[in-house]
Structure formats: C-alpha cells, structure tokens
Write a protein that binds this ligand. Structure first.
Ligand code: NAD
Length: 353
C-alpha cells in the first residue's frame, strides 16, 4: 500500500473494495450534513446507489456532469445545490464529475467527497478546467482539492477495457512528465515511479481479467500516485500537445494522451535522459519511449492520431499552435521537431527523438 500521508495531510484518502458502502461514515467524519450526489448521465444508477447508502444525508442526485466542466451545467447544478440546501457534494465518476464538484466548491464552498471511477486523477489535484462558449480555462486553488477520496476498486471493474487502457495511459503521462518537471522533488520523483510501476505491473492482469479486484486496486493506487504528481508539479510538452490537439480538433481526452505519450517522451529524452532512465528497466527496453510505446501496443491502446479522425492536413496548424506560446520544456521546442513528432503520432509510427 502506498503511503499517502506526506502528500495529503489535508485530504482523507482510503483504498478498499466496497468502500463506497462506507461513504456515509466518511462524509459524517468530514462534517457533511446534506449531500448532493453528482454523476454523468451514464452513471446515474451509481448515483442512486450511493444516495441510498447516504440515507438521510442524501439531498438529491444531479446526473448531468459533462466533459470539460461546461459552466452552463455548473449553473444548473448550483441551483439544485441551493434548492436542496446541500452543504456537500459527492462526485461518483471520472474527471468530468469530479470537475463539477470542484466547480461547485468554487462557487458555493462545499465539502467534496470523491468516489473516482476512472484513473484520470482529478481527485488528487487543486486544478479545475472549465469551459464557457467553447473556451477552456484552467485555474488552481488548494481549496478545490476534494476533502475525502474513496478508492473502491469495485467501481473501476465496470470501466470498459479500452477505456481502462487509455485512462491508465492518461494517468501515466502525468507521472512521466513529473519525472522531468522543473519543480520536481525527490518525493514527487519517487511517487511518479511508484505510480508507473503500479500500472506496469497491474494493467496486463486487469486487461486479462477486468473483474480482478486486487489488480484493480493496484491500478487505483497508481492513479492516486500519478494524480498526486500532477497536483504537485508543472507539466510540459506532452500536456501542451494534448491540450492543443483536444482544443483545436475536439479529440477525446484519454485517447489523445495515450497516443502522444511515447512520442513526447522520445522528443524530450535527449534533454532528460537521466530522469527517464528508470523507465528503461521498468518497461524492459533500452529506450524508454519505445518501452512505453510497446507497452501501450501490448494493451491494445490506440496508436495513431489518424484513427481518431485527425486529417494529415491539420498537422501543420497543430504544430504552429503548439509552438506559438512559449512554455517550459526540458528540450527546446521547435516547429520542425514538433511537426515531425506529430507526423509519427498521426501515422502510428514508432517514437523517435
Ligand atoms: P469522464 O469522467 O469524462 O468519463 C468518460 C465517460 O466514461 C463518461 O461517460 C462516464 O460516465 C464513463 N465512465 C466513467 N467511469 C466509468 C466506469 N467505471 N464504468 C463505466 N463508465 C464509466 O472521463 P475522465 O477521463 O476521467 O475525465 C476527463 C475529464 O477530466 C476532462 O475534462 C479532463 O480535462 C478532466 N481532468 C481534470 C484533471 C484535473 O486535475 N483537473 C485531471 C484529469 C482529467
């Protein structure tokens, strides 16, 4: 079991099968009185189940959470929160649902409980991305990090295999960029390596047996570690590219991360060889980018941007957008270098520096 204490002194984090059934006890200890349960439309059954567990503390279920936290939906949820006189929210879901909980906390100062059902890691971070009129803005405030996080591996058992793989690679990307982040510490590096090792060990087992609860718990420990790294250090090229691709072409979040990760790693390796070196042993390849690429391929991950519907003709524009605003990266960002990277990621070719 990972040691969560040194990173989460102001956050209660627990792991265990069936933990969702103890949500009322954790909520009560956190000081919640009336709780609005949040889910996406797809996960409304889970919302109803959790509300039943909460008994008289449940103040309703709002099941319209959506990707990238649109402010219109937040306003609607805010009205429900006020009408239900709720002082707390319980977000049962992935990054979209947890994002809605943070957006409500920002506006109404609620206690947040998170029951994560993907590996994206938003529950570990003070970061909130919101979308208004198609424009996404991101902010960070320590008070937005959920107060209680309950990792129940039975909740990720339902995650379809394809989503399991892309969501895990999305989480792993946070840890890989954490290894060479300019504000990394020995503790964040150790945590990033722990998280990557958890996924490297447990994911193949989960793919072979998606209902294997102990392997699922190991992947959730990986999600916590990788998400915590995301909350502690700055990200670089990989995230810039994924946000540029996602924003300009409306690509799916986790799939884009899964495809770009080995290519961004290859690009940065010449400038971060020592930081990335532990991955060679972990993924059994003397080139860490190739190790990640082969790991992703072995899990059946999407490997090519063209398979997400990206047109080759868009790549020049994406390279231009991704190199326009300067941002920190271990290796200098050049238009030619990024265009070549995108070409390989588009065609599904092996990563190359
Ligand atoms: P998601 O929350 O958008 O969920 C995707 C779909 O999968 C939804 O339809 C959901 O209902 C379904 N789903 C989720 N868990 C399931 C399960 N266990 N079984 C079956 N279906 C399930 O996906 P996500 O990748 O977790 O979150 C993406 C969003 O989170 C993006 O908006 C991203 O920007 C944000 N994010 C934010 C942070 C942060 O720190 N602020 C970190 C990571 C991601």
């Amino acid at each position: 079991m990972l040691n969560t204490d040194q990173f989460q002194s102001d956050q209660t984090v627990a792991f265990g099968a069936g933990l969702r059934h103890r949500a009322r006890e954790f909520a009560s200890n956190a000081g919640c009185k009336r709780i609005l349960v949040l889910t996406t439309p797809d996960q409304s059954d889970l919302g109803l189940e959790v509300a039943e567990t909460l008994g008289p503390m449940a103040a309703g279920v709002f099941c319209k959470a959506a990707m990238h936290t649109p402010t219109g939906i937040t306003e609607e949820a805010l009205a429900h929160l006020a009408e239900a006189r709720a002082d707390s929210v319980l977000a049962a879901g992935g990054g979209s649902t947890i994002g809605l909980g943070k957006a409500l906390d920002l506006r109404a100062g609620v206690i947040q409980i998170a029951l994560p059902t993907t590996y994206a890691g938003s529950e570990c971070t003070p970061i909130l991305g919101q979308t208004q009129d198609g424009i996404k803005t991101t902010m960070s405030d320590p008070k937005l990090r959920p107060d209680v996080v309950l990792y129940d591996p039975e909740l990720v058992v339902t995650l379809p295999v394809a989503m399991t793989v892309t969501s895990a690679l999305n989480a792993m990307a946070h840890a890989v960029e954490g290894l060479y982040a300019k504000d990394r510490t020995d503790a964040t590096t150790a945590l990033a390596l722990d998280g990557l090792a958890s996924f490297q060990r447990a994911l193949p087992e989960v793919i072979g047996a998606p209902a294997a609860v102990s392997a699922r718990q190991a992947t959730q420990e990986g999600a916590w570690a990788c998400g915590t790294v995301l909350g502690q250090v700055g990200m670089a090229l990989h995230h810039k590219l994924c946000h540029t691709l996602g924003g300009a072409l409306n690509l799916p979040h986790a799939e884009t991360h899964a495809i770009i990760l080995p290519h961004a790693t290859a690009y940065n390796r010449p400038a971060a060889a020592a930081e990335l070196a532990p991955l060679t042993r972990m993924f059994g390849h003397d080139d860490p980018a190739m190790g990640l690429w082969e790991f992703a391929r072995s899990l059946g991950a999407p490997m090519a941007l063209k398979d997400l519907g990206v047109a080759e003709a868009d790549l020049d524009r994406i390279a231009e957008l991704a190199t326009t605003n300067p941002y920190w990266n271990p290796r200098e960002i050049t238009n030619d270098g990024i265009r070549a990277l995108l070409g390989r990621a588009w065609g599904g070719a092996a990563p190359h520096a």
